[in-house]
Design a binder for this molecule. Structure first.
Ligand code: PHE
Length: 447
């Protein structure tokens, strides 16, 4: 096992890269549509509770394990306990699953950027027609993968950190502007109510409620890049004096703010233009062009916005690819460049099938889901919660709270004020919650 030699060049750079991994399509694309299909504000409330009970403790544990061991995800877990390398392996499998759907959506975003420049009309039906094509979406998807691969090849400090540090702040400013505009649209208030005022009367059965819990849990894992070694890998590049607890709080706060701003931009627009919040994964691709077409200078704003979405997607996809590449590099003699190309090629093949399953060849299904939906179900509802569960057990029982706290407090140099809460969450609340929601949801799906 060899330790990573690379390190983040600054604290700010690390925060930007880790927040860049967390902030991505999960916030801008997935959060608004899952909120729409999962009952609005009730989902948002549960999501926030899960952030506190699952998100923060697991993220902190992953950073601590990564920095303690200083190796790729699998070897870092194995360093904590030789038999526990498998806890990091979820990342390698999960990253393939996330990348399959991520690159398809990344390709759609690139197409929307091009359309904004060429002024191609993007009415409500446009998305359905476009995503059902066979060749073109694959072309743009390939471009998305090539860009991801090129940045990862640049290495940690030069590639990932530099790109994230510049783009993330611009994205935040831009998104706030769009949110303010959307909030002033006619009837926007209905969207705000849907997003912020929980209506429990809509939930009529236990299975409805379990469905929301399952979605909220999956979204916490997906949005924070948890349970699949990303943050173990990023933590492994951290210097020993970083305040892990403070970094965790900043990353989770930034990620949540972006998700909320995105919800407050998209859902009011959905109501204002008479779309259905339950639209599903095409939601932002149908709603946003309608918003932009009303704005003066809308085409430029649309292009700029989709470029920023692309950047947010890239800062996440590079973290996904990095998980696999750093592992391949440490296990084989391949150079970073060769490893990145090999891994990207495999992802390309799975992503082609995912892309085709959206419309061109709808028969590519697993059960009731298209392959595209299955990949995202498999990664954020199965692999990530399982990975997260094992991280809880590894930290809470195998490594032990004392050892974890030693790492988190930088050998006692920092005060770890939330230690008791952390211990409660990581040993009891989080694993129990994951187990109960996971098992009952799988049972209801299988039935
Ligand atoms: N967190 C990213 C997003 O919200 C997706 C992601 C998941 C990235 C897992 C890395 C690992 O878009």
């Amino acid at each position: 096992m060899k330790a990573n030699k690379e390190q983040w060049s600054s604290k700010f750079g690390f925060i930007m890269a880790a927040a860049g991994s967390a902030i991505g399509l999960g916030n801008l694309w997935k959060f608004p549509y899952i909120t729409g299909t999962s009952g609005g504000a009730v989902f948002v409330v549960i999501y926030i509770v899960f952030l506190l009970l699952l998100g923060i403790p697991i993220l902190l544990s992953e950073l601590a394990i990564g920095r303690y061991a200083g190796m790729n995800a699998i070897d870092s877990c194995a360093r904590v306990h030789p038999k526990w390398g498998f806890a990091g392996a979820f990342g390698i499998i999960g990253a393939f699953g996330v990348m399959a759907s991520y690159s398809v959506v990344g390709g759609w975003v690139i197409k929307y950027i091009i359309n904004s420049f060429t002024d191609t009309g993007m009415g409500a039906d446009y998305f359905t027609e476009y995503s059902a094509k066979s060749f073109e979406p694959i072309l743009w998807m390939a471009l998305f993968l090539i860009i991801t691969c090129a940045i990862v090849t640049g290495g940690v400090a030069n590639g990932i950190e530099k790109v994230s540090s510049v783009l993330l702040p611009i994205l935040i400013v831009f998104l706030v502007g769009i949110m303010i505009y959307c909030l002033t649209l006619p009837n926007a208030i209905e969207g705000v109510k849907f997003f912020l005022i929980p209506d429990f009367s809509e939930i009529t059965s236990v299975s409805d409620f379990m469905h929301i819990l399952f979605n909220a849990m999956g979204q916490v894992f997906f949005s924070l890049s948890l349970g699949m070694g990303t943050l173990i890998t990023y933590g492994s590049y951290l210097p020993k004096d970083n305040n892990l607890a403070a970094s965790t709080v900043i990353i989770v706060t930034l990620d949540t703010i972006i998700a909320i701003i995105s919800g407050l931009a998209i859902l009011p627009a959905v109501f204002s233009f008479g779309f259905e919040p339950t639209e599903g994964f095409g939601l932002i691709f149908k709603t946003l062009p309608a918003v932009f077409s009303r704005m003066s200078g809308g085409t430029i704003i649309a292009a700029a916005f989709f470029i920023l979405v692309l950047f947010a997607a890239l800062t996440s996809s590079i973290s996904l690819l990095e998980v696999i590449v750093s592992w391949v590099c440490s296990k084989t003699k391949l150079t970073r460049l060769k490893a990145a190309i090999a891994v990207t090629s495999v992802i390309f093949i799975t992503s082609c099938f995912a892309s085709l399953s959206v419309g061109a060849i709808p028969d590519i299904r697993i059960g009731s889901m298209s392959l595209f939906e299955f990949f995202s179900f498999f990664s954020d509802k199965i692999i990530m919660p399982l990975g997260g569960f094992f991280i809880c057990i590894l930290t809470g029982y195998v490594w032990g709270i004392n050892n974890a706290a030693k790492e988190i407090s930088n050998d006692g140099k920092l005060k770890f004020t939330m230690r008791r809460l952390f211990s409660f969450a990581i040993r009891y609340a989080a694993p129990l919650l994951i187990a109960v929601i996971f098992v009952s949801s799988i049972i209801s799906i299988v039935q």
